[in-house]
Write a protein that binds this ligand. Sequence first.
Ligand code: 5GP
Length: 334
Amino acid sequence: DIFCRSLPKIELHAHLNGSLSEKTLRKLGCLDESILEYHKLLNIINKTDRTLDECFELFKIAQTATSSKNSVYLATQSVIEEFAQDNVIYLELRTTPRAENDMTKQEYIESVLKGIKDSKSDIIVKLILSIDRRHDKVCSEDSLDVIVKMREEYPGIIKGIDLSGNPYVGGFDECLFSKAREHGLRTTIHCAEIPNDNEVQQILNFHPERIGHATSIHPDFGGSKENWQLYCKAKIPAEFCLTSNVVCGTSKCYAEHHIQQWMKNDLPFSINTDDKGVFCTSLSKEYEHVLNNFDLSKADLWNITYNAIDHCFASTEEIILLKKKMAEWKETHA
Ligand code: 5GP
């Protein structure tokens, strides 16, 4: 759809390694052939009935493509360039710092930052660093120490911290996220990807700046009435990733996605890709799914993008600039 493609877009939920396109994976594989089990990856991608666990296997394979400083740097640049080509004007990229081979977590983050700084595309990019639910307390606290230190050096780019990883494993460590908050990091937390009322309640009470997916909060989607009421009061902006939910089977189909409850109740949300490589999507395609499956106009899509600006972790000046860009686009395309 030409409209969805040309619309200036805001991406708030994109995991670096899940965003690597086939082209980028090939490029990185050529740099270090031994690291990429490419055919295994494709076989899983081509299956239509993937489970959430299988999707998490895919991430592990994608991560083997970025096990050196140079490959992390090149991957970051490629991902940014591809988002910019899709008319994304603001991108919050997130990634889990990994110590691997002779690369430390700090060097991993530095390589991503270098990729962002060297990017020539006309796009604002910020970085969110992820804590993997799989990791134990010692590993997560070590990551946070590095993240806090790096943020002090790069406060203009490193904006926040995220909790992600397989929702069947581990949990939400409130102490860790409170500590991150005390250090000035914004928080966004994957929440309710699978029904888990206790954890959802803990997360909502913590009140992160944003939550990811928010699949099983509403009672029609497996959540408790109490949590839905809590959510409606808290009104924490949700980051929706429709294709990811449909492919992983946490949503039945696009038309039945829980986004409908947010639209019906006028609750804040944004539309995002999650893992454009692993799920073979783009932000334009995600907008197209929303346009085709719900009773929306093109003006509604513009509003969704415009409102997402208020959920982003950019500076006030950058927010003003983004809104100006959106308004200018509307004038010439109305
Ligand atoms: P990375 O952090 O290595 O750049 O990106 C891949 C990682 O992001 C995965 O290993 C996983 O921890 C996280 N991730 C990607 N997509 C999802 C998702 O849909 N749900 C959750 N919970 N985590 C995800």
